[in-house]
Design a protein around this ligand. Structure first.
Ligand SMILES: Cc1ncc(C[n+]2csc(CCOP(=O)(O)OP(=O)(O)O)c2C)c(N)n1
Ligand SMILES: [Mg+2]
Length: 629
């Protein structure tokens, strides 16, 4: 134990490293290092500052080297997600482009409410060097730097102009990172010269500190009000979001749903919230969910939203809930979300709130309605039949469908495995089709749906100590956007299996385009056609397997579900990163979910096709949208 007047002389960067090395989180009595590692790409902005500090003081803050700064933030958020927000990885980047490369990573983390600590480098505070390499000279404000881009996408931002400012900045960073209601990207901008400036820091600042991640309890009054609403409801429904995972409220959710007889639909973030099969589980819900869920939601008179942001994909752009008297209960640790849709807000940790609700519901004598249970059973049976009879079937003359791809992956996945997706058709298809009841979980990032999150997040999931297979399921467009962390996977021995659906382009966007504009344009990987001067020529031949192999992965190229199954079995016994390239049918999509999505067709157009689609859009909007305040 140091005395208050004991001092240690360190640079700002050294102090950051020493401080981060002794921060812990604790929830439910389980303590762990909150930031056990740091990613960094060095440049002149941080090599002599944080780079030097990590070399001298970084024994307990393992350094990892990514290939791209955006990716390293994605790896950190994937790691945080797999750790249910109880740990993350810090990220240091050089001045200018290195730092701004982290912007998309920061937005992804903040929107998904995932903690990441970003340490971008900044321009000289002393300024007399003149504009330094990679400095943007703002025309009206000399103190603005490119790092100010992080302000709107950070939950806390500070710029360290003097070494002693760390004494307040770092504890505040930790408070925000470990607060379930506030967490997201935290940015501590570190000017290049200040990183190397020294000061006498109090020794006790570097003693172990444990940040308790509180479970906020609900108030009795709110629980009583919620129970009154539940007593009056004939057709309640739960919409379960990512908060269920973050709070580890799976059992509490299943218990509440079973006790009261409430069907549970899952958002992208909440996919797999109902881990065991149950009469009350209706799977993925929303624009990409099951048609059964759409039917139940349309007639529900009480929606209990748990740990969800209720984005347009969950509310069908405010078209999913048709019951004239529908009311909402919002269970969320963040007031911002709890109050949405004019809900009765239960501002609390999901597990605490659900446990209290279950006890209160039992006391109030609330029981499942058997007729409702049977109706849900019939709807889900019909849905399962439709999968076998219409969705998983072969289409003569066509390549394997993405539905068949997912079915095969799901069959090969075992208890403890997980599949990751974020953009293109993979997350929507998994949202509907992935079955978690065999124990293989599904991590979907669909808050920012950032192409390129998947592979780094897969590495983060592996770093979090996931022992089963980590499958990264992406489209060919997403692979092309960010394949390079395969190199990091090789460097660190992080086994992930990337399953690539090769369908020759941004096909989910093309499908949307055909539905709203009626013309295919700019979404497929095709050469330029000399007559039209558009990208309507031959489809390009790209050897994705060779590309993955060149980075060190073992690769397969498969055409049928049988070949995919074989490759997946071979990949399971492989120790290095794997890539399985699957030839899939270009324009074969899942049948619609029956939940509408508000994407406007052009209001003015000379194209009769687009005009017709606009008329359809207007009619759909008029009849389906209804706002809840
Ligand atoms: C970084 C980023 N850029 C653009 C988009 C918009 N976008 C969403 S899906 C998609 C196409 C993805 O293509 P691919 O990975 O091949 O999947 P597919 O649509 O073929 O299933 C695009 C461009 C995005 N989500 N993220
Ligand atoms: Mg594609």
């Amino acid at each position: 134990m140091a005395f208050p007047h004991d001092k240690i002389r360190l640079t700002t960067a050294q102090a950051v490293v020493k401080y981060l090395s002794v921060q812990y989180s604790e929830r439910d009595g389980m303590e762990r290092r909150f930031i056990p590692a740091i990613f960094g790409i060095f440049g002149h902005g941080n090599v002599a500052g944080l780079g030097q500090a990590l070399f001298e003081y970084g024994q307990d803050l393992t350094y990892h080297q990514p290939c791209n700064e955006q990716s390293m933030v994605h790896t950190a958020s994937g790691y945080a997600k797999a750790n249910h927000r109880l740990a993350t990885i810090a990220c240091t980047a050089s001045i200018g482009p290195g730092s701004t490369n982290m912007v998309s990573g920061a937005a992804t983390a903040t929107i998904n409410r995932l903690p990441v600590l970003l340490l971008p480098s900044d321009y000289y505070v002393t300024r007399h060097q003149g504009p330094v390499l990679q400095q943007l000279e703002h025309p009206v404000s000399a103190e603005v730097s490119v790092n100010d881009c992080f302000r709107p996408i950070s939950r806390f931002f500070d710029r360290i102009n003097r070494p002693e400012q760390l004494l307040t900045a770092l504890p505040e960073a930790m408070r925000v990172l470990t607060d379930p209601a506030d967490t997201g990207a935290v940015t501590i901008s570190l000017p290049q010269d200040v990183q190397a400036h020294a000061c006498d820091y109090p020794v006790h600042f570097f003693e172990k500190r444990t940040w308790r991640v509180e479970r906020r309890p609900p108030t009795e009054a709110r629980i009583a009000e919620a129970i009154e609403m539940l007593k009056g409801a004939k057709r309640p429904m739960i919409v379960a979001g990512g908060g269920v995972h973050y709070s580890e409220a799976w059992d509490a959710l299943a218990e509440f749903a079973g006790t009261c007889g409430i069907p549970v639909g899952e958002t992208f973030g909440g996919k797999g919230a109902m881990r065991e099969s149950s009469d009350w589980s209706i799977g993925g819900f929303g624009v990409t969910g099951t048609p059964a869920g759409a039917r139940i939601a349309a007639e529900a008179d009480l929606i209990i939203a748990v740990g969800t942001r209720l984005t347009d994909f969950s509310t069908g752009s405010q078209s999913a809930f048709h019951h004239p008297g529908v009311r909402f209960i919002g269970i969320n640790v963040a007031g911002h979300d709890a109050y949405k849709q004019g809900a009765l807000p239960v501002t609390a940790d999901a597990r605490e709130a659900l446990t209290s609700l279950t006890a209160a519901a039992r006391e109030a004598g609330i029981r499942p309605d058997e007729a409702y249970r049977e109706e849900i059973g019939r709807l889900m049976d019909a849905y399962q039949r439709s999968l076998q009879e219409e969705v998983y079937v072969d289409h003569p003359g066509e390549a394997m469908s993405q539905a068949q791809l997912i079915k095969t992956l799901n069959e090969e996945a075992r208890d403890g495995d997980c599949v990751i997706a974020a953009a293109g058709s993979p997350p929507g298809d998994l949202h509907r089709l992935w079955d978690v009841s065999g124990g293989a979980s599904c991590y979907l990032e669909f808050g920012y749906s950032c192409m390129g999150w998947e592979l780094p997040a897969g590495l983060g999931t592996r770093m979090a100590g996931k022992h089963g297979e980590v499958y990264v399921y992406i489209g060919d467009g997403t692979y092309l956007m960010n394949p390079t962390e395969l190199m990091t996977a090789m460097q660190e021995g992080l086994k992930v299996t990337v399953v690539i659906s090769e369908n020759h382009g941004y096909q989910i966007i093309r499908a949307l385009q055909m539905a709203r504009a009626g013309r295919s344009f700019g979404n497929e990987f095709r050469g330029r056609d000399t007559d039209s001067d558009r990208l309507e020529g031959d489809y390009l031949e790209i050897d994705f397997a060779a590309n993955a192999e060149s980075l060190g992965a073992r690769a397969w190229h498969v055409k049928t579900p049988g070949e995919l199954g074989q490759a997946l079995r071979e990949a399971r016994s492989e120790t290095r990163a794997c890539a399985i390239v699957c030839e899939t049918e270009k324009h074969r999509y899942l049948p619609p979910s029956d939940v509408w999505w508000d994407i406007a067709s052009a209001e003015a157009t000379n194209d009769p096709m687009t005009r017709k689609l606009r008329e359809g859009y207007e009619a759909e909007r008029r009849t389906s949208q209804r706002f809840h305040y």
